[in-house]
Design a protein around this ligand. Structure first.
Ligand SMILES: NC(=O)c1ccc[n+]([C@@H]2O[C@H](COP(=O)([O-])OP(=O)(O)OC[C@H]3O[C@@H](n4cnc5c(N)ncnc54)[C@H](OP(=O)(O)O)[C@@H]3O)[C@@H](O)[C@H]2O)c1
Length: 321
């Protein structure tokens, strides 16, 4: 089968299209014919092998050479003991281990997969899983009138965080590069901050919720931007800061009833179904930046690595049999 192969960490040049043996559905797995796969910030990290958690799947080189965690496709075979899906079912979801999706076929346990709603294209469905589940968890508890700040809002996941926060009635401030401001307003931000011009953490006592997709400030610094009772959720960012928030977060704002913590987003079919229901109902819409054919996966990664994408980059895979 045709597959994108990444045999080492580095720049998008390490990405090549090659041939690999077609996987088989082992006991407890389904074999999916992939129709589309989308890229996230985590794919950019998994390409570079940085931060350190991007090397959990192989210290020196990726143990599983095929990148890509979010897929949509058709079940073509099921292994023994799988009863919930059958050949012909259209499914989508995040792959366990965050790899394997950029290929014509992938074998995976079905527990993370959901049935693709009939009205949703494979391309749109592939854009949902990781970004949708992050946005769903990151906006739990947001109330009408809350002031929400989304840091790193202009990449793969931010638009859905903004959209869900707006749906819940929040006033949303989105932070990213200055040249993404118009895009951020278009997807619903009430206010934008260019991180080159202003440090949002200097705004004392302003936010009920900060969702940080690119955390690089200490827990003591970020808590100052919160209102009493507010919460800072670190979703991604520097490994050193991740550890600092894990260790010091619980005490950083305790006197002022502020919560500073890492948001661990589980890979979850239930969350995927819940956020997809909101998308199908038209409450929020995933933003697709650009669609590439499988043969141009290296260009898709180059766009992601340069930070030129506004929303999701999707790679379409056409069936060859
Ligand atoms: N917590 C969990 O359980 C969990 C689960 C899955 C994924 N994640 C993590 O979620 C994170 C991000 O999600 P994503 O897919 O939306 O990432 P993304 O596509 O990389 O988007 C990040 C955005 O932040 C911008 N940015 C860079 N430096 C910034 C700064 N100093 N201030 C403000 N914005 C800045 C980037 O701009 P440029 O592109 O121009 O650099 C980009 O637009 C990843 O780190 C991933 O590992 C966490």
């Amino acid at each position: 089968m045709r597959a994108v192969i990444q045999d080492r960490y580095g720049s998008p040049d390490v990405i090549e299209l090659g041939e690999l043996p077609e996987p088989v559905a082992a006991e407890g797995e389904v074999l999916i014919e992939v129709r589309a796969a989308s890229l996230n910030g985590s794919d950019r990290e998994n390409l570079a092998g940085s931060p350190f958690y991007a090397r959990l799947g192989g210290l020196r080189r990726p143990r599983r050479p095929v990148p890509g965690s979010d897929v949509a496709g058709v079940v073509v075979a099921v292994g023994g003991t799988v009863t919930e899906f059958a050949p012909g079912d259209e499914v989508f979801g995040e792959l366990a281990g965050y790899r394997g999706g950029l290929a014509e076929y992938v074998a995976t346990p079905p527990r993370l997969l959901a049935r693709k709603p009939p009205g949703l294209s494979f391309t749109d469905a592939a854009a949902i899983p990781q970004a949708g589940c992050i946005a769903f968890r990151a906006t739990q508890g947001v109330k009408g009138g809350d002031a929400v700040l989304v840091n790193g809002a202009g990449g793969a996941g931010g638009a859905l965080v903004i959209g869900l926060a707006k749906h819940l009635g929040a006033e949303v401030t989105a932070v990213d590069r200055a040249d993404k401001a118009a895009y951020l307003r278009q997807v619903g931000a009430d206010e934008t901050i260019a991180f080159e011009d202003e440090d949002w953490a200097d705004r004392r006592g302003r936010y009920d919720r900060v969702v940080d997709l690119v955390g690089h400030r200490s827990p003591y610094r970020v808590q100052r931007a919160l209102r009493p009772g507010g919460s800072y959720l670190m979703v991604g960012g520097h490994a050193r800061i991740l550890l600092a928030v894990l260790v010091a977060g619980p005490t950083a704002g305790v006197r002022t009833r502020k919560r500073v913590r890492v948001l661990a987003v589980p890979q979850s079919r239930t969350d995927l179904e819940a956020v997809t229901a909101l998308i199908v109902a038209g409450v929020v819409t995933p933003v697709i930046d650009r669609v590439y054919p499988l043969a141009e996966a290296s260009a898709a990664f180059a766009r992601l690595a340069a930070g030129d994408n506004r929303g999701k980059v999707v790679v379409e895979v056409s069936p060859s049999r």
